[in-house]
Design a protein around this ligand. Sequence first.
Ligand code: ADP
Ligand code: MG
Length: 232
Amino acid sequence: MDSKVILRGQNLRREFSSGDTTVTAVKNCTVEIAAHEFVAIVGKSGSGKSTLVNLLSGLDVPTSGTVTLLGKDLSTLSEKELAGLRARHIGFVLQKDNLVPSLTIEENVAAPLVMGGTRLSVALRRARATLDDVGLGHRADRWPSEVSDGEAQRAAVARACAGSPAVVFADEPTGALDEENGKRVREIFRRLTAEHGAAGVIITHDMDLADEADIIITISNGETTGRVDRRT
Ligand code: ADP
Ligand code: MG
């Protein structure tokens, strides 16, 4: 195994059954992601992108196949071990990310760190530094209801990155944003993955966002159909 590979999905398959119908959302998917890589997963709506990312991030369990994060086969872990591994090493940004309305922007970014066992004062300091990184230091003490959609999405990116995870996943992070805010989120993601050393895995329809990535993986009908490394 290539020692730089931090996340690997091997022969992944995910079926959803209800009654007597079975939908195969993902099949024959093998994906490897190394430290520092910025990967875009691109495919039409319904092609299996979210299902694949849910499997890779340990949110969902494959029908068959294995996911290995930092050398650990996720299927061998207890629920508690898996939750701990995810909390320490995985960040996740959702399309319409939900900040907790009763916490300030800074507290929202600090919350996952505190839940992971970091002391409050340390977590708040790190949250502030990450907010500075995404250009939101001046919004740290605002409530989520007081910031724009673009700012809320940048705060969600900061929240996913504040713990310096090994991998940051983002499912359509610019999907709900206008062009200007989409551009800012792209730049932030690019910079955070480059400077913080995390791998970034982004699901997107947005070709401008995919164009920033080092590696583009295409998916169609649940199967990966191509992988282009644009650095070579
Ligand atoms: P994408 O993110 O590319 O739009 P998804 O991974 O959400 O695609 O979905 C892939 C396919 O799997 C679709 O046909 C979808 O309807 C189906 N699917 C996804 N999640 C479920 C589920 N929980 N139950 C049943 N079918 C699902
Ligand atoms: Mg999706």
